[in-house]
Design a protein around this ligand. Sequence first.
Ligand code: SF4
Length: 343
Amino acid sequence: MLGGDFSEGARAAQAATPRLPPRPIRKPMPKPSLTILLAAPRGFCAGVDRAIQIVEEALAKFGAPVYVRHEIVHNRFVVESLEAKGAVFVKELDEVPADVPVVFSAHGVPKSVPAAARARNLFYLDATCPLVSKVHHEAERHHRDGRQIIMIGHAGHPEVIGTMGQVPDGNILLVEDAAQAETVAPADPARLAYITQTTLSVDDAAEIVGVLRRRFPLIEGPRREDICYATTNRQQAVKTIAPRCDALMVIGAPNSSNSKRLVEVAARAGCERAMLVQRAADIDWPALQGVTRLGLTAGASAPEVLVEEVIDAARARFDVIIEEVAVTRETVSFKLPPALGAS
Ligand code: SF4
């Protein structure tokens, strides 16, 4: 009885309640469309891949901690991933305890660094990229043959410090741009050679070499270009897509030479809105309003997972179409050092 009374009362109350008009169903706003022109090759090169593998294999073989002198490659994400596995990054060798392995970074080190490691009986693994070692050997050969060397590169970059440290102080003159190439004053223009950093802008380097060859016709140069295949290919891919893009993003670190060069190359090739970003979280999306074609690449020390992260962030805001533009396919790989079991 009680239940019957309650139901009737409820029905009556319901009938008395004025009905609200049905709400219109809101359709989600369509996302603006965005074509991402994905440059290829991009991201990790063989030298970076090898350097990271050396740290990982050393951790697997010798256990944590493994010390690494300097950032193994210029990328915070990579460094933090290796730290999580037990790598310890230090600035100088004297921060390394006596009984742990130490790895030298992909950029190469002056001769004084392995010498100091040997003096302390440290076990070290050299992750210098073989293409940087090639430039070291050129410097040594020119010095042995009595030539003064002009190095084309950026002051303070670890690779430049490492290469200049292959010969006694004062034997290499650093030239950073064409203006300096016009004024550099070697001791004997008849006994002169040049070498370059591996990650320069191909066009800038060609201009500087042109000045040096005009001023010093007897100058010797590398048999094969010192700028590495990875730098050349990534710049070529950016040059190809830049004229078709409203904006172009290079994923890379602010201290990564090859990444910074990609931004410059994009701007010169016709895409003035070229920018360096480290992670998707750094992107100023409102600033990209109106962009319908976005170029995307990554420096040689930036992993593909960061490219995917940026694409996912773009998909959350745009209706994304991916168009990959490949200028070549890379097949280069380098062996690990024998101490890690490589033959
Ligand atoms: S950018 Fe070139 S030189 Fe540098 S690590 Fe990669 S392959 Fe070696």
